[in-house]
Write a protein that binds this ligand. Structure first.
Ligand SMILES: Nc1nc2c(ncn2[C@@H]2O[C@H](COP(=O)(O)OP(=O)(O)O)[C@@H](O)[C@H]2O)c(=O)[nH]1
Ligand SMILES: [Mg+2]
Length: 247
């Protein structure tokens, strides 16, 4: 079973090498790493290219140009992973907020489900203590109350970014349908998957604050995401399991 871990990067020069090495060291046979870089000014792309030549066949780099964005990077990365015949596609951050060592667990617990995600707020999920009370409360409210209430979803953590998808699920979701360019991409994928009747199991994870480098999630980005949720609702609420794209 071919597993591809898609890792989007924007200014992750300090993280990209340890992350790639941690992934390659996992006890997961046929694991490949796909780094999707958006012309990071700090030279992450060059480091990623060096990693690809060092680990030929196991590390691949997709260098995007033009408008950047987390959603755009993931869509292009998923397309490449599907074109390269991956059976399982993992998505995760490069900053060690998501721990590479959780991948075998995520994969195992996903079982026969169509996907698996690592929620931070479901029972058993924890966030890093350094996050601060106010920030954690706001984040919990935005993800677990506001977004779920508007979309009427069952999924507990709509913005979870650590997920594992079966190839058939990504095909059925139809990436053409996903319009989010930025962070709200996570919500859109979770919502569309649920509307189409896919079972995405939530497997609690411990989400750490990034070790080094800076978050790109500024306040205006968060506000924009909050408004975009309404757009997602009107765009996708008619979706039914019959609307899955067949291979
Ligand atoms: N390719 C690409 N990656 C991005 C972009 N924005 C963020 N990322 C990556 O997405 C992951 C999560 O971003 P981060 O800034 O840590 O968001 P936070 O964890 O919500 O604060 C990291 O690996 C980032 O490098 C982007 O525009 N393009
Ligand atoms: Mg982060």
């Amino acid at each position: 079973m071919q597993v591809t871990v898609v890792v989007p990067t924007y200014n992750e020069a300090e993280n990209v090498t340890p992350m790639t090495e941690a992934l390659l060291g996992l006890p997961v046979p046929s694991l490949q790493v796909l780094i999707v870089d958006d012309e990071s000014p700090d030279g992450t792309g060059q480091i990623a290219d060096n990693l690809a030549s060092e680990h030929r066949g196991r590390v691949d780099v997709l260098s995007r140009s033009g408008p950047r964005g987390l959603g755009r990077a993931y869509i292009d990365g998923f397309r490449r992973a599907l074109a390269r015949d991956s059976d399982l596609i993992v998505q995760m951050d490069c900053d060690f907020s998501h721990s590479p060592t959780d991948i075998p667990r995520l994969r195992e617990h996903m079982g026969q489900n169509d996907g698996g995600g690592g929620p931070r707020y479901a029972r058993g999920g924890r966030t890093d203590e350094r996050g601060g009370g106010g920030r954690r409360l706001l984040s919990w409210w935005a993800n677990s109350i506001y977004t779920r209430w508007i979309l009427g979803c069952r999924v507990k953590d709509t913005t979870a970014g650590f997920k594992c998808w079966r190839r058939e699920t990504l095909i059925g979701i139809d990436l053409e349908r996903i319009h989010s360019q930025g962070y709200v991409f996570q919500v859109e994928m979770a919502y569309v998957a649920e509307r189409l009747g896919y079972r995405v199991l939530e497997i609690p994870i411990y989400f750490e604050d990034r070790r080094v480098g800076q978050s790109k999630m500024a306040i205006p980005v968060k506000l924009e995401a909050a408004i975009r949720v309404w757009e997602l609702r009107s765009r996708h609420r008619h979706l039914r399991p019959e609307d899955r794209l067949m291979e």
